[in-house]
Write a protein that binds this ligand. Structure first.
Ligand code: ZN
Length: 470
């Protein structure tokens, strides 16, 4: 029962309690599932965490200014971090599932449909589609998104009067919804080895790496107040950036080197699509005699520990597996299944020291809890075995939840996100334990039911930076 609810506005000081919670109880420890968690927040940030009836926080008795917000029969989780999205692609949800005559029904024919919508949007259209997508993400418990953004210019390739008009439309959409954004600003140059961009790819392309970097610097400068700690008392920013070569197909190796140099100098995360389709690997071998990951590594993209996130990374060989130690693999299993990409070797990636993150990619489905479940289930189908992605206790659910939270935060260069811990912003979601999906499940099985048999359906409330948004 709520003694006093803060409503939609900014909370100065509040204490949130629930029946169960996935919290970090000691500084630097792993999160764990506890009964009767309590979290004290001041403004946007978490200042104290505890659990159990015998450990009531002192402020509840002494400070009448502290709002007490009891979530009752709820499970409190950290906000989910979506490490890979193309928001505008939500516009073709449901529209690519009828086979036409002579349609090979491959990744590449799906891409034709996606390009048609990519070329139909003006700045206001980008804003509207992105905002609808981000609003759905928030309702599904996502509190931070890495938007892999490659719509930059007019369909002719000519820049808009403000060359960042479309990037700023994405920033505006995130702001209006209340979602944290890591804008993964994409560099795109060509259709493939030795070929300029196709007409439908022109609006993705900057004239040169220098033109891209000039635009990128102008974008970062024009949004600086969002990053300035003076004007933003939060422990994590609302807006951050990443350098994003689209793929080895779309970016030649010399440009990759320049992009890596800039990202390393400015300590920005680097994201790229890697080995999503066998054809991409085959063309890369023909052009360079190396695998895509080898080309990224040789260009310096993997020089800084933890800086690189390989999105998909499905068709990889043994030498590739070793290269990604300490970096991130972003899996997007619902999109990978939809497009017939193949199955990510998730267990092998973990064995080789890569961190898993999750993305909603095409946004045909927006539900990171289901993405986690599919990651494990695809592995089971591929291995014809059960319980594949386990931790040292033999549990799967914490591994999947980690991928949906701290794995994504690591990929986006925001280590304070994805956990309910002192010093992190209060980005959180509550799930209704009385929802039909979770009702009657024993408390010790709640996480397994949610991650391995559930979905985002029971999410009842979502906070970002101490504000209740849903
Ligand atoms: Zn993608």
């Amino acid at each position: 029962m709520s003694v006093s609810a803060p409503g939609q506005g900014q909370v100065l000081r509040a204490r949130v309690t629930a029946a169960q919670g996935w919290i970090v109880t000691e500084p630097g420890a792993r999160p764990r599932l506890v009964s009767e968690p309590w979290i004290t927040i001041e403004g946007p940030n978490i200042v104290a965490v505890g659990h159990g009836p015998s450990a009531r926080p002192p402020d509840a008795q002494t400070d009448t200014q502290t709002l007490v917000y009891d979530l009752g029969q709820s499970l409190l989780l950290p906000g989910l971090v979506n490490a890979h999205s193309h928001a505008f692609q939500r516009a073709i949800r449901g529209a690519t599932h009828r086979r036409g005559q002579g349609d090979p029904s491959s990744f590449w024919s799906w891409r034709d449909a996606m390009y048609r919508v990519a070329n139909s949007l003006d700045p206001e259209g980008v804003y509207t589609q992105t905002r609808a997508c981000f609003a759905e993400m928030l309702a599904r418990g996502i509190t931070c998104v890495g938007e892999f953004h490659y719509l930059h210019h007019q369909p002719s390739g000519e820049p808009y009067p403000d060359p960042n008009a479309l990037s700023l439309a994405v920033v505006r959409a995130a702001r209006s919804v209340g979602l944290r954004l890591c804008l993964l600003e994409v560099y795109y140059a060509r259709a493939g080895a030795g070929a300029g961009p196709l007409p439908e790819q022109r609006r993705f392309c900057d004239r040169s790496v220098d033109a891209y970097l000039a635009r990128f610097e102008a974008l970062r400068a024009s949004t600086k107040p969002e990053l300035d700690p003076e004007s933003n008392p939060e422990s994590a920013p609302w807006l951050s950036f990443g350098v994003t070569p689209h793929s080895v197909r779309a970016v030649p190796a010399d440009a990759l080197r320049e992009l890596a140099r800039y990202a390393n100098e400015h300590r920005l995360p680097i994201h790229a699509h890697v080995s999503e389709q066998p054809l991409e690997n085959q063309q890369c071998l023909e052009e360079y005699g190396r695998t895509p990951l080898e080309v990224f590594a040789d260009a310096g993209c993997l020089d800084r520990p933890g800086a690189f996130t390989a999105v998909h990374a499905i068709h990889v060989d043994d030498s590739d597996l070793e290269r990604m130690r300490g970096h991130q693999i972003c899996a997007c299993p619902s999109t990978e299944a939809d497009l017939g990409d193949g199955v990510i070797p998730a267990r092998r990636w973990r064995e080789h020291g890569a961190t898993l993150a999750l993305g909603s990619d095409s946004n045909a489905v927006i539900d990171l809890l289901q993405e986690g479940r599919l990651l494990e289930m695809h592995e089971r189908l591929a291995q014809r075995a059960r319980l594949c992605l386990t931790d040292t206790d033999g549990q799967v659910a914490p591994v999947l939840l980690d991928a949906a939270t701290i794995g994504g935060a690591q990929a986006l260069g925001q280590p304070l996100l994805g956990k309910l811990a002192v010093g992190s912003p209060f980005d959180a979601l509550a799930l209704d334990l009385d929802h039909w999906l979770l009702r009657g499940v024993a408390p010790e099985h709640t996480l397994d039911a949610l991650l391995l048999a559930g979905s985002a359906e029971p999410i009842s409330q979502v906070w970002v930076g101490g504000r209740r948004r849903i």
